[in-house]
Write a protein that binds this ligand. Structure first.
Ligand code: PEP
Ligand code: MG
Length: 746
């Protein structure tokens, strides 16, 4: 057997480089490579299998097996030993392949004669590209050295594949990043957009995976790592002790940057003939592979820190930084593995859509995308590895899918859809300045939800009559540190200025549950949605709430002010919160600040308990707003973030509507103004039913104002009320079918 020493590896890599540089077709190159590897490893067989499509591998070149089986032999992922390597991303090394679990006999290849099998995944940055296999007649277990040598070769093959070195006939050898793909994800924000892909983190392309001077490469690596360490230390210094969370992440970076194991592995890779950047990428690929397997959230985060660090190192080594000189394409669709809310805000309204490989519907980036009203699809696997800057892309935020490099028929169908949406928008624009008055003369006030400066232009564009819910926590969520009071004053002033006298309902900080401030210690709670959140935090630790109230009073500057407390579950909480407002007013008076001309203090009804509060509560509160998102989750005991259970219960369920009706009745009895500000207020059919139940104020995302108004103007609420009552009488679970029938007729 040939020794798999470092010099042997380097020799092999040197030959691979010659093949790469040679001016031959992809197939000839691949054939030559299998020959070189078999020769160097001292095996009778070397084969390369590449992915034909997501599910199937195809034998693309072989030395030793029947040549006729090339491009004929195919297997599904998971099938046979090769399929198993592709599925698990793990090496299989066995001296007795025919007895190994999962072995599949493929007569056309003539492989029954071979006993030993060594299969190595060919992968690049977590993307599986194929499998490299060597086989021999003698029953041998390949040494750790041999496995390692072949891993290095697999890495080079992966890079060569990415660089397009193996393009040839047959779909397994068709050029990468050119096929059209339909990628499925999860909808984070509805809407459709067409544009060109823009990678938030430009992909680093390693054009020289093989190097012949290991000393030089080692030196390059060491210099780059030194630069990296200095950079991390500098970032730590800048962060200081203010931002503990950030400092913790940087400490982890520093730990990795100084990690001997990480360095040693990269040094070994270089000794085998890889260039410095290929060595970094090899370790990064392995870490990504591990990341996909690890369940533990903490470990996953550490691996993702390492991934981030590797990216920095690659940028230093290749000089391909964030600033590549490339310009944002026309109609940019942003693609990232993940993105922070502040970074997303920086792009702002320039973007037409956002696609995230990770991310979640409830993430802060999703909140920002919603505020910017751009379609967002999250959890789109492979988008960062498949997509190239400038690629044509269609984002379907309604269906949660992405068409990458779409074919013409898909494009034209999609454009029809966008055109229809644009037509509808025109219709809505024509009624923008009209009040929402139903056929039976009922006036419904349509307000908008907001929380970011980016929302403010919508106040004029949407036709909303005011801001029914200003989520003040968003300003806290998009920062790395607690905003100062003076900053909040300026911010709230700007909101009030933009409102031009229209009513703005400021909700005090609603944190906890899914909204965790990056600079506050996360609570280790078994059930955060039912935990220490919103007003509970505000009353137990009133410092921030007091600061916020002061800022609001100062921003009102002698004008009217409307404040609302989130998540009030019992009367006493409202009383205490109101007491805080009174105390703050007193304090502000003493300090000589001008007080609001009119002050309204409301509560959000988000737990069923408040619907049953004493009538005295309804009399005392200045107004109530139903937070339907939370109320529904507690009414049905179904997590609002959990797709599986969330969709099970319809808002138009008769029990839920009956509960809403009861709240309306109690508010009528006490003369308490009532609004509804959950997501359902922005869904036209739901909005009509809520109005039919007696709600006269609906607050929704700006883009929903038009569609909701348009439908309200066409309905007779008295008739809808009767239809709901009849459906309820018949014992139906939801009134949706009956209401839909009516709406179809109008
Ligand atoms: C709600 O719960 O309906 C609501 C409007 O508040 P948030 O979605 O911010 O919890
Ligand atoms: Mg809520």
């Amino acid at each position: 057997m040939v020794e798999n020493t470092e010099s042997e590896s380097r020799k092999l890599l040197g030959r691979l480089r010659e093949t790469m540089a040679s001016n031959v077709a992809g197939q000839a190159r691949l054939d030559k490579i299998t020959q070189l590897i078999a020769d160097s490893m001292g095996t009778e067989v070397c084969s390369i299998y590449l992915f034909r499509d997501e599910e199937t591998l195809e034998l693309c070149a072989t030395e030793g097996l029947n040549r006729e089986s090339v491009h004929q032999t195919r297997m599904r992922v998971g099938e046979g030993l090769v399929g198993r390597v592709a599925r698990t991303g793990k090496v299989i090394n066995t001296a007795d392949a025919p007895s190994a679990r999962g072995f599949r006999y493929m007569p056309e290849t003539g492989e029954e004669r071979y006993s030993s099998f060594l299969g190595i995944p060919v992968q690049r940055l977590g993307e599986m590209l194929g499998v490299l296999v060597v086989q021999s007649k003698d029953a041998r277990n390949f040494s750790a050295d041999a496995v390692y040598a072949l891993e290095v070769v697999a890495m080079v093959i992966a890079e060569m594949t990415e660089l397009g070195a193996f393009v040839g006939e047959g779909s397994a050898m068709s050029p990468l990043h050119q096929q059209s793909l339909l990628l499925k994800g999860v909808s984070g924000q509805e809407g459709a957009a067409e544009g060109h892909l823009w990678l938030h983190e430009p992909r680093v392309v390693v054009t020289n995976p093989i190097a012949d001077d290991p000393h030089r490469e080692l030196q390059r690596l060491n210099e780059a790592v030194d630069e990296l360490r200095i950079g991390v230390d500098k970032m730590l210094e800048d962060t200081g002790s203010v931002d503990k969370e950030q400092a913790q992440v940087l400490e982890t970076y520093r730990m990795f940057a100084n990690s001997k194991g990480w360095m040693r592995r990269m040094e070994e890779d270089i000794a085998r003939g890889l260039s410095a950047e290929a060595a970094v990428e090899k370790e990064q690929s392995l870490a990504r592979g591990r990341m996909a397997q690890v369940q533990d959230a903490y470990l996953r985060e550490r691996l993702s820190d390492l991934d981030d660090l590797s990216n920095r190192l690659l940028r230093i080594l290749t000089g391909q930084g964030k600033d590549t000189g490339a310009e944002l394409p026309e109609n940019p669709i942003l693609v990232a593995r993940n993105i922070g809310p502040a970074e997303l805000l920086e792009y702002g309204r320039k973007l037409k859509g956002v696609i995230l490989e990770e991310g979640s519907v409830g993430s802060h980036a999703a909140i920002v995308a919603r505020a910017l009203a751009i379609p967002l699809v999250v959890r789109v696997g492979r988008i960062t590895t498949e997509g190239l800057n400038g690629d044509h892309v269609l984002v379907d935020g309604d269906q949660g899918v992405v068409h990458l490099r779409p074919d013409d028929p898909v494009v034209s169908a999609f454009r029809d859809k966008i055109a229809m949406q644009a037509q509808a928008q025109e219709r809505y624009a024509s009624i923008r300045d009209k009040p929402a008055i139903t056929k039976d003369g009922q006036r419904v006030n349509l307000m908008m939800n907001a929380g970011l400066m980016a929302d403010l232009p919508s106040l004029q564009n949407s036709g909303a009559e005011g801001v029914g819910l200003f989520r003040t926590e968003l300003q806290f969520l998009v920062r790395n540190q607690m905003p100062k009071r003076s900053e909040l004053v300026v911010l709230y002033q700007r909101v009030l200025e933009a409102a031009q006298g229209k009513r703005v309902v400021f909700r005090t900080l609603d944190i906890g549950s899914d909204k965790v401030l990056p600079y506050m210690k996360p609570q280790d709670e078994p059930n955060p949605a039912l935990g220490w959140r919103a007003i509970r935090v505000g009353l137990d630790k009133p410092g921030v709430m007091r600061m916020q109230l002061q800022a609001l009073i100062r921003a009102a500057n002698g004008g009217p002010l409307t404040v609302m407390f989130p998540f009030i579950a019992q009367f006493e909480e409202y009383r205490q919160a109101k007491e805080e407002v009174k105390k703050t007013i007193e304090r502000e008076k003493k300090l000589g600040h001008v007080l609001p001309s009119k002050l309204e203090i409301g509560a959000m009804l988000e737990t069923p308990s408040l619907g049953f509060a004493p009538l005295k509560f309804f009399e005392e509160v200045d107004f109530l707003s139903i937070g339907g998102n939370d109320l529904k989750q507690f009414f049905f005991a179904a997590d609002r973030e959990n797709e599986r259970v969330r969709k099970r219960y319809d808002t138009l369920n008769v029990s839920f509507l009956s509960f809403i009706e009861r709240i309306v009745e109690r508010c009528d009895m006490s003369g308490t103004p009532l609004s509804f500000c959950g997501e359902d207020a922005g869904r036209p059919i739901e909005a009509v039913c809520l109005a039919a139940m007696g709600i006269r104020y609906l607050s929704m995302r700006p883009a929903s104002v038009g569609p909701v108004k348009s439908l309200l103007m066409r309905v007779d609420l008295g008739e809808v009320r009767k239809i709901i009552a009849d459906a309820r009488h018949r014992g139906e679970q939801t009134v949706r079918p009956a209401v839909m029938n009516y709406l179809r007729e109008i």
